[in-house]
Design a protein around this ligand. Structure first.
Ligand code: CP
Ligand code: NVA
Length: 308
């Protein structure tokens, strides 16, 4: 079996590869906006496996593959043998013989690692309990579009040290920026689980207002991620003071942007005033999932292509 390139966590790619992907995304997005067809993945097949719910991830991968000239097949746990105990290694052998690229949304990172180890084709992480690299790829592209390079900038993360937070922390190491994290006590970042090399690119703050001071980007996510629903009641109490509001935005840099991967719960992790306010770029952020993932699939299937 030839060695494949996968995107299972943010640090799987180098800074140089991200620079290429951001440039490529710009080109692909511009062409799409001009209604110019671009079919580099003609006749190729993407298989999407969902073990958790999704709106954006399914839509952006499926639409993206069609726009690149290929087709996409949706599988979920309920309607496939995956939900009836077929070993993930066997599923990987079979699925990867009938497709050119696979995207998986699942629970533990170990599941996607085992799939990738047995896959003949590139595998993309569409969210695990530990990471959501495609989302941060879109978020950083969105930041670059609005404010330029993220290098040396400060991102404030307010809330749960979840899959998104872990991925921001890895991205900070790869792309050389800083993350100010504020979580309630008991929900702090675990550097080992986040897959970090060190602690140089992040700082933890007890007070979310302190974390937001001077930040160029303020971001948050749901208090209870998929798979952790049993903890919901406990989390609602613990996270009550970790709601991004106008006061937090007022201490950030004057041109700070607000991001949220969506879906959002107004009145919990963010106020309606902030997410629907002038500093929010959440709709661009959601749209950019489409464009960055088209560049990602093109790169994983074809390698670097000449700028055209
Ligand atoms: N942000 C994100 O991944 O959204 P979905 O859960 O709708 O895919
Ligand atoms: N942290 C959230 C993100 C949803 C897109 C979750 O894992 O449910």
């Amino acid at each position: 079996m030839t060695a494949n390139k996968h995107f299972l966590q943010f640090k799987d790619f180098t800074r140089d590869e991200f620079d290429y992907l951001f440039e490529r995304t710009r080109w692909i997005k511009d062409k799409y906006k001009r209604y110019e067809p671009y079919h580099p993945l003609f006749d190729r097949t993407l298989v999407m496996i969902f073990e958790k719910a999704s709106t954006r991830t399914r839509l952006s991968f499926e639409a993206g593959m069609h726009q690149l000239g290929g087709s996409a097949i949706y599988l979920n746990t309920r309607d496939s043998q995956l939900g009836r105990g077929e070993p993930v290694e066997d599923a990987a052998q079979v699925i990867s013989r009938m497709s050119d690229v696979v995207m998986i949304r699942t629970f533990e990172q170990d599941i996607i690692e085992r799939f990738a180890a047995n896959s003949r084709v590139p595998v993309i992480n569409g969210l695990t309990n530990e990471y959501h690299p495609c989302q941060i790829l879109a978020d950083i592209f969105t930041f670059i579009e609005h404010r330029g390079s993220i290098q040396g900038k400060t991102v404030a993360w307010v809330g749960d040290s979840n899959n998104l937070c872990n991925t921001w922390l890895q991205a900070a190491e790869v792309l050389d920026f800083n993350v100010h994290v504020s979580t309630p006590p008991g929900y702090e970042v675990e550097p080992e689980r986040a897959g970090l090399y060190g602690t140089d690119h992040f700082e933890q703050f007890a007070d979310p207002l302190e974390a937001c001071k001077g930040a160029h980007l303020v971001t948050t996510d749901v208090w209870t991620s998929m798979g952790f629903e049993a903890e919901n009641e406990e989390r609602m109490k613990a996270f009550a003071d970790w709601c991004v509001d106008a006061e937090m935005m007022s201490v950030a840099a004057p041109d700070a942007v607000f991001m949220h991967c969506l879906p959002a719960h107004r009145g919990e992790e963010v106020t309606a005033e902030v997410i629907d306010g002038p500093q929010s770029v959440v709709w661009d952020e959601a749209e950019n999932r489409l464009h960055v993932q088209k560049a990602l699939m093109e790169y994983l299937v074809l390698g670097r292509v000449e700028a055209k």
